[in-house]
Design a protein around this ligand. Structure first.
Ligand code: BG6
Length: 460
């Protein structure tokens, strides 16, 4: 059976996000879901002939590994138009041409997104229209609240998808199975057994020509405010009764409502860095401040690390350290759960008795669990071993998962309005403290693992 016809309207279709992530994800989805009846309309500011647009779509679909048969008819029927997405007249014309219920994907910077939402709020919209808004949702707590208020005036929440592609990553979704299908983990998933939680997303890539957006965002807003707080929510939440959107998102929201800067002490719970020239792997990288479009006076950080507390019974006293940065030595993308040492080791047992760690790699998809067991030779001397497992790959990449939710009306993997605001609320004291200069902006050489003097957070 085919689903009702949808028209995916991509605003910002000539941009990098569309070519690099959205269309490859869409191609995968169409290959997996033959029941999806889809029309694709691209809207952008750069002129393109129909042939150029179809070539672009084909290249992106192929890059995502789509099967040619599944996407052929979608490509053939796909159209592109130059339009001003902030103009109600232009939007009206676009909707008039949609053969199915429109799902409008905003692959646009936040300031333009706000203007388009304003234009939509003044129009009569097609029944059932869905809006998919890319992160960051707003530019601060105030603007996120205003945007939510405006949306609530003219469209039901279930028709708004705030996209955070980390929620579509199979490794993030795998945490649900790991936690809730294994008594072994869930029973010890609390402050009595866990000492600290780290969520790291170190990237080797630098700015990659994105100064226009990134220089106003920085690592804290680009990665921690959105993606990594979502991961924290999946780690910290209470077990939901079902995985439907109300239960899952409700549990995540509850965890985030309890989250705040460690001891409310921004200077001791956060730090920021900015890369100078260096070499990442074999690639020479110029310093951040010399990149075209960067204004050094803005003091934008390219590496951020913050300690948070989740103030509830389960997590009291356990620091959650979130870190992300660019131009770093290793692409270390993982969640590290460090367990407390055992309360008593039988006298007579010697050797290594290190704290066990569970490491969930977000990329590649792997997990490792350290255990202390009897060592070789003398059974009373302990040794550490590591159990390793690889998570199965999902048929869809993160954007394919996210688009599936948008096109099938399932909001489970999209960020609820209150959660988007909560994430801004959590980082607002850090942004304010940094703005006042209470935390120094430390340099690190591209290709290093961060500023040399940095010690473990939170500082005592
Ligand atoms: C994006 C950020 O949302 O996520 C980028 O804007 C970052 O700066 C990217 O590089 C990381 O996600 P992924 O899935 O590409 O590793």
């Amino acid at each position: 059976m085919t689903s009702p016809r949808h028209t995916l309207v991509i605003l910002g279709a000539s941009g990098d996000l569309t070519a690099r992530l959205l269309l490859p994800g869409l191609g995968q989805l169409l290959s997996e879901r033959s029941d999806l009846d889809l029309e694709l309309i691209g809207v952008g500011s750069v002129p393109m002939t129909p042939a150029q647009w179809r070539k672009r779509v084909t290249a992106s679909f192929t890059a995502g590994g789509a099967s040619a048969a599944a996407v052929e008819s979608v490509i053939a029927a796909s159209t592109y138009r130059v339009a001003d997405a902030t103009s109600p007249d232009d939007l009206k014309k676009i909707f008039a041409d949609c053969a199915g219920t429109p799902a409008v994907y905003f692959a646009l910077p936040p300031a333009v997104t706000e203007k388009v939402v304003e234009a939509l709020s003044k129009m009569k919209l097609p029944t059932g229209i869905v809006l998919a808004l890319e992160k960051p949702f707003g530019t601060d707590l105030r603007s996120a609240r205003a945007l939510n208020r405006l949306l609530a005036e003219f469209i039901p929440e279930r028709q708004v998808h705030r996209v955070d592609h980390f929620l579509g990553k199979s490794t993030v979704l795998n945490i649900l199975g790991l936690r809730f299908a294994n008594r072994l983990f869930e029973e010890s998933w609390n402050a009595s057994n866990i000492e600290r939680v780290e969520i790291n997303y170190d990237e080797q890539i630098g700015l990659e020509g994105r100064a226009g957006y990134y220089d106003k965002a920085g690592a804290l807003i680009d990665m921690i405010q959105s993606h990594l707080l979502q991961v924290l929510a999946v780690i910290a939440m209470e077990p939901p009764s079902t995985l439907d959107s109300d239960d899952l998102r409700g549990a995540m929201a509850q965890a985030l409502r309890a989250t705040r800067v460690w001891k409310g002490d921004v200077p001791n719970a956060s730090r920021r860095g900015r890369y100078t020239a260096g070499t990442v792997g074999k690639e020479k990288m110029g310093s951040y401040v010399k990149q075209p479009g960067v204004d050094p006076a803005r003091g934008t950080e390219t590496l951020a690390e913050i300690a948070f507390a989740v103030d509830n019974w389960r997590w009291a006293g356990v620091p959650f350290i979130l870190r992300s940065g660019k131009a770093l030595a290793d692409a270390r993308k993982d969640i590290v759960i460090t367990f407390r040492p055992v309360p008593h080791l039988p006298t007579g047992m010697t050797g290594r008795n290190q704290s066990s760690q569970l490491r969930i790699a977000l990329d590649p998809h792997r997990m490792e669990l350290d255990l202390n067991i009897n060592g070789e030779g003398d059974p009373f001397i302990l040794d550490a071993v590591t159990l390793k497992a690889t998570f199965a790959d999902s048929a869809l990449d993160a954007y394919g998962e996210v688009l599936e939710g948008i096109l099938t009306g399932d909001a489970t993997l999209s960020v609820r309005g209150d959660v988007a605001e909560e994430c801004w609320r959590i980082v607002t004291p850090v942004l304010a403290g940094w703005h006042k200069g209470t935390v120094s902006l430390d340099n690190y050489a591209a290709g290093s693992s961060g500023p040399r003097a940095w010690k473990q957070l939170p500082r005592p």
